[in-house]
Design a protein around this ligand. Structure first.
Ligand code: AMP
Length: 514
């Protein structure tokens, strides 16, 4: 589909209504244009998680102070559009100022105390403008998920607060900072830097790298890290440090001890250019992609009872994506994007409510055969599965069960080899963790049985009976186990024939599954 350029509210409303009527998921990436790789990382992520992506390009006047750079903020609408086209974004929403703030506009949001520190203290009114425009964009575009960059960490905190406080039906995803090869965080404002200032600007990321190094070698005293960070700037008069701080990511209050999730914030001026940067501390070796979630799970939005997926989902998504690098893969039949968008996100908004997980091979050759992809047209596998579980259709199935493929993304043949099963178990383990209230697991067929026995329950091959022998008398078998990550709770495991691979059929498990 060609990228549409929309500038008016009525046209945007029509588009949103159309997307909603097709039950498609909608992503919003708000930007101020002058796009660079930092913005594109958000766009890429949005496209993997939603069916339709809208990128807004709007230089919001209300977030600029009277002495700030609104008039000379870099603008490159034609180039932006061309680049967004190359990403096959569905809509670029580029309203004028009067479209967003018509004559008589008078209502602003006040995001509270958090806007009076750091960027808020230096740029009074900035977050009032940000919160107001973001709420307006949410109301106009009505996204399911909105994507923001960790680069503007305080902005993320303000927006998450806004979503939580005003009960907005949107999920916020935060993407890691994209940097130049030498470490400088990408920013539309970098174009203002002359050659000397560009060099000196590296001190921001260097100071953060230094703090990270110290933290990784065990130094947890925030004051000591801050002293080191500030020292980095001492030798360079071109850079005026506005602030360096290590804070609690939820409250932005300074911390005494650094723990995983604490955030170092830094802001500095080079002549008239202001730059900001930050670092989320993580456990040694933790990838930067996981850190935004690590820091932001302390907010109430990710409480146990919440429907918002937490870092465990993020880590699952990443491991699925990393699967592309797996040496065992010659072809991937169900792209992670499809899996995540069509399966977890759509069907299990609240992962805490699932009590029974079914593990089996379910989309061996054609991913479209996965019951989640074609719920209204059950194939032989789906029908057999529903019989086994005692449900009549996908709706009933989805209300009580979740299904995962023992070798989901590698499977192009009916029987998969041992190495693939072993590799895929890492995904399975992650998946088991995202359903924290599991009471039962139903295992379908030989592959899933062997994988579960060997790699989840760590049983020695000599102690694993062939499945056929185990199921011989009853057609099914049961045992109770404890999974290390589920604490002291028992989980009942049901072993059965596979509904389509095996010649035998197990009796219905309905009486045992509650
Ligand atoms: P802006 O156009 O500066 O308002 O930025 C639009 C979005 O892109 C915001 O959510 C920013 O945090 C994000 N962003 C800007 N620069 C980067 C970067 N270097 N890495 C990741 N995200 C970024």
């Amino acid at each position: 589909m060609a990228t549409r350029w929309i500038t008016t509210l009525p046209e945007m409303n029509r588009f949103t209504a159309e997307v909603r009527s097709q039950a498609k998921s909608l992503a919003l990436v708000p930007t101020m244009g002058a796009l660079h790789e930092g913005h594109f990382s958000l766009v890429r992520r949005a496209k993997t998680q939603c069916d339709v992506t809208v990128v807004s390009v709007f230089v919001n006047p209300t977030q600029f102070g009277p002495m700030e750079d609104l008039a000379r903020y870099p603008r490159s609408p034609e180039k932006d559009l061309e680049l967004l086209r190359s990403f096959e974004v569905d809509v670029v929403f580029a309203p004028s100022s009067t479209e967003i703030y018509p004559a008589g506009f008078a209502t602003f949001l006040d995001p509270g105390h958090i806007t009076t520190v750091f960027e808020g203290a230096i740029r009074p009114g900035h977050f009032r403008g940000v919160a107001t425009v973001v709420l307006k964009l949410f109301n106009i575009v009505r996204p399911d998920i909105a994507f923001f960059g960790q680069k503007d960490f305080q902005q993320v905190v303000v927006i998450r607060r806004l979503v939580e406080d005003l009960n907005l039906p949107v999920r916020i995803v935060v993407c890691p900072i994209v940097r130049e090869a030498d470490g400088l965080a990408k920013s539309s404002r970098n174009v203002y830097l002359n050659a000397e200032d560009r060099k000196a600007a590296l001190l921001l990321s260097r100071s953060l790298e230094r703090a990270e190094e110290m933290a990784q070698t065990g130094e947890g005293d925030a004051q000591k890290l801050l002293e080191e960070m500030r020292k980095t700037f001492d030798a360079e008069p071109r850079v005026q440090l506005d602030y360096a701080a290590i804070v609690n990511p939820a409250t932005l209050e300074p911390v005494a001890q650094v723990i995983p999730g604490s955030v170092a914030l830094v802001a500095a001026r080079l002549g008239t250019v202001r730059l900001i940067d930050n670092l989320i501390f993580g456990p040694p070796g933790s990838p930067p992609q996981l850190r935004p979630q690590l820091a932001l799970t302390t907010l109430p939005a990710d409480k146990e009872s919440s429907a918002t997926p937490g870092p465990e989902i993020e880590s699952l998504r990443l491991s699925i994506e990393n699967c592309r690098d797996c040496a065992a893969v010659s072809s991937i039949s169900l792209p992670p994007r499809e899996f995540f968008a069509k399966y977890l996100k759509r069907d299990y908004p609240d992962l805490h409510s699932t009590r029974v997980l079914v593990i089996g091979r379910c989309a061996p050759i054609n991913p479209a055969g996965l019951p989640y992809c074609r719920p209204e047209e059950p194939n032989r596998f789906a029908t057999g599965l529903y019989d086994l579980l005692g449900v009549r259709n996908f709706g009933e199935f989805k209300a009580r069960f979740a299904l995962t493929d023992a070798a989901r993304c590698h499977a192009t043949v009916n029987r998969v080899d041992e190495r693939t099963l072993e590799y895929c178990v890492k995904h399975l383990r992650e998946e088991l963790k995202v359903f924290p209230n599991l009471q039962s697991i139903v295992i379908l067929g030989e592959d899933a049985y062997l994988q579960f026995q060997k790699h989840i329950l760590s049983r020695a091959p000599a102690n694993i009976k062939p499945l056929k022998q185990l199921l011989k008398s009853e057609g099914w078998a049961q045992e109770t186990v404890r999974l290390p990550w589920h604490g002291q709770r028992d989980v009942r495991i049901f072993y059965c024939y596979h509904p389509t691979f095996d010649n035998n059929k197990s009796p219905s498990l309905a009486p045992y599954l509650g």
